[in-house]
Ligand binder design. Structure first.
Ligand SMILES: C[S@@+](CC[C@H](N)C(=O)[O-])C[C@H]1O[C@@H](n2cnc3c(N)ncnc32)[C@H](O)[C@@H]1O
Length: 349
């Protein structure tokens, strides 16, 4: 159905569409990927850090507590973007049970686009956390009460669509998506950039040949920064991404834990791209915010006591549980994978 809609869009206008538009159709159309109910976890398409091990959410929870104590220390909005199955929030709430003043100060706001996931989040939170009265689902952060906030997200910004550009024989071109009626297949083609504003922007970028730009990601982060500037607080973003432009395209699609082609079955697989953290840091500085932490997931988890926490948990485990905890721990800090690919950015007012 989505495939037909994309083809119609291309053929009706007799012109290709941007990669950004293609991703928007695939993920956010009425029947797009993010309306599916079983995307996260072993039985879904991909697994995320909170689903790998409770250690992840516990360390994030303790860090959030410490940020709150040092910077906020009063009633505040704890806002999660894209909570998936609610697992990260459950681990945060459980590990901070021993801090009653923190728990009493919480106004939890969840921003989730997927109605089925909202149902799952409600069920999982009710089953795993005692008090859920202070949890509300909201559309966006602009309509919230003017409290300081801790706004956090794991693997959220990577979902937002991007455009792809490259420098070809001295000319900037954009990668576009077209459809071949004879082969009945999508294909990519280059379109020369003529718009002066886009050209001027591209020419200012680091002299790299390849660039991915996400206006939606930038706008989302601008909104977060504006909120912090106005009401105070902290943003904690964890995602897979880079600081220095890798000079290659990073768009990827995944279905049932396997890499796929982005043109396979539009609307039924996840499409993501690496987050440009240098850009987020520039935006935060533009809003006069402070870069509190920027490091890899491995550095963050190790410097915030994940090993010590693991050893405490291991004391209470049988051999099978010990094996699961050890494997989860290794995966979260694995230098060749999640540990270095994922970054943690904390900004404060
Ligand atoms: C990759 S999953 C990560 C889930 C969870 N944070 C975790 O770590 O397990 C992305 C989450 O963001 C939600 N999401 C994606 N785009 C969104 C948007 N534009 N607005 C709100 N939620 C969105 C998805 O439905 C899903 O819950």
């Amino acid at each position: 159905m989505i495939k037909e809609r994309i083809i119609k869009k291309i053929l009706d206008n007799n012109q290709s569409i941007t990669i950004e538009k293609y991703i928007e159709f695939c993920l956010y159309d009425n029947h797009g990927y993010y309306t599916n109910n079983n995307i996260v976890g072993k039985s879904g398409d991909f697994i995320t850090a909170p689903e790998i091990s409770q250690l992840f959410g516990e360390i994030i929870g303790l860090s959030i507590y410490s940020l709150w104590k040092n910077i906020i220390n009063q009633s505040f909005n704890l806002i999660e973007l894209g909570p998936g199955k609610g697992t990260l929030l459950i681990d945060i709430l459980n590990i901070t049970k021993k801090f009653p003043k923190f728990q009493k100060s919480l106004n939890i706001k969840l921003i989730e686009i997927n109605d089925d996931l909202i149902k799952q989040q409600k069920y999982n939170l009710k089953t795993n956390v005692l008090h859920t009265k202070n949890i509300k689902w909201v559309k966006d952060i602009t309509s919230l009460s003017p409290n300081p906030a801790i706004i956090y997200a794991n693997e959220f910004l990577d979902c937002l669509p991007i455009r792809q550009f490259h420098h070809n024989n001295g000319t900037w071109v954009e990668k576009m998506v077209n459809f071949n009626k004879e082969d009945e297949a999508f294909f990519t083609e280059n379109k020369i950039i003529q718009d002066p504003a886009t050209l001027s922007f591209l020419n200012k970028q680091d002299h790299n040949n390849i660039l991915e730009i996400s206006e939606q990601r930038d706008n989302y982060f601008h909104q977060i920064c504006k909120y912090l500037r106005k009401f105070g607080g902290v943003s904690l973003i964890i995602d897979y991404g880079y600081y220095d432009n890798p000079n290659n395209f990073t768009l990827q699609s995944i279905s049932n834990h396997q890499r796929t082609n982005i043109f396979d079955n539009p609307g039924t697989q996840d499409i993501t791209s690496l987050v440009n953290f240098k850009r987020l840091i520039e935006i935060a500085k533009w809003h006069n915010l402070n870069i509190y932490t920027f490091c890899s997931q491995k550095e963050f988890l190790l410097s915030h006591g994940i090993e010590k926490r693991k050893n405490i948990i291991l004391k209470k485990c049988n051999n099978k549980q010990k094996d699961i905890i050890e494997k989860g721990y290794e995966r979260l800090i694995d230098e060749k994978n999640m540990g270095s690919l994922f970054k943690v950015l904390i900004v404060t007012r």
